[in-house]
Ligand binder design. Sequence first.
Ligand SMILES: Nc1ncnc2c1ncn2[C@@H]1O[C@H](COP(=O)(O)OP(=O)(O)O)[C@@H](O)[C@H]1O
Ligand SMILES: [Mg+2]
Length: 291
Amino acid sequence: MTDSLTGSLADSLTDTIVLPPAQADPVTVTATTVPATLEARDVAAWFGSHQVLSHVSLTMPAGQVTALIGPSGCGKSTFLRTLNRMHEMIPAAALAGEVLFDGEDIYDPSWRLTDARRRIGMVFQKPNPFPAMSIYDNVVAGLRLTGARTGRREKDQLVEESLSRAGLWKEVRDRLRQPGGALSGGQQQRLCIARALAVRPRVLLMDEPCSALDPTSTRRVEETIHELAGEVTVVIVTHNMQQAARVSDQCAFFLAEQGTPGGIVEHGLTDDVFGGPKDQRTADYVAGRFG
Ligand SMILES: Nc1ncnc2c1ncn2[C@@H]1O[C@H](COP(=O)(O)OP(=O)(O)O)[C@@H](O)[C@H]1O
Ligand SMILES: [Mg+2]
C-alpha cells in the first residue's frame, strides 16, 4: 500500500468503505481499445522490377470500416501488406511512400516490426489457426509478440474477452481445451480474429476473410466486423460487392490497367461509390460488368 493511502485519506475512507486486501488481484483492463487512423501517402510497391502499385494515397479513418475492392491482381493484398510491414518480408519486394498510424510513420526506424504487427493485426483469406493447439492457446498465441508476462487469470480473461469480441465465445466456452483444428471453417476464422484481437490491435486488416466460408459463417464474420467497428479500425479486401456494401463505411476501388501498376481509381463513402460512382470504370466494376 502506498504512503498516500496510509495517511488520513485512507483513515477517512475506511470509515465508510471496506478497502480490498492488499493482495487482491488487480482489476483487469477493459475490453475496449482506441482505434487509430491509418493514412497511406503516395505508396508504390515492387516485386523485383515489376511495379504493382503506384501513387496510392488513402486515409482509413479511425473506427471505420474501409473496403478495398477491384479485380484480381490489381494489388489489393500487396497494399494491405504495406499497411503492417508484411510486404518487406517478401524477398525482392520494395516500397516507396509513407504509412502513417495516427500520424506516426510505421516505417520510421523508431518503430520496430513487432510494434507494427501488434498495433495493426491481420486476418487472412484462409483460416490459419494452429490446428493441433487448443482453442485457448490459439487465442493467446500472439501474446509472445508483446513481450509482456501474463498471469493465468489475466490470460483467462483475455481469452474470454477476445472470443466474445470475435463472436465465438458462446460456441466454444465449454471446449476451450479442444484443438483449434476441430472447429468448422467459419469458427476457425473467428478464432483467428480472436487471436488477432488478443494483442489489442488498434487496426485490423482482413484479406478476403470470408472467401473460404459458407454464407452463414460469412454473416457471422460480417456481424463481428460490425461489432468491432468503433473499437478497431478495419480495412477489408473483398471480392463480394454485397459484402462491401453491407460492412463498409468507405470504399476504395483499385485497378491495374494493361501493363500498368495498380492504383485507386475512386474512393469515397460506400453509398456514393455504389450508388453514384463518378468513374465509368467503377460503375462497370460495381455493376459486375468485369473483374
Ligand atoms: N510474392 C510475390 N512475388 C511476386 N509477385 C507478386 C507476389 N505477390 C503478388 N505479386 C504480383 O503482384 C500483383 C498484385 O498482386 P496482389 O496484391 O496479390 O493483387 P490482388 O490482391 O488485388 O489480387 C500481381 O501481378 C501479382 O502477380
Ligand atoms: Mg489478394
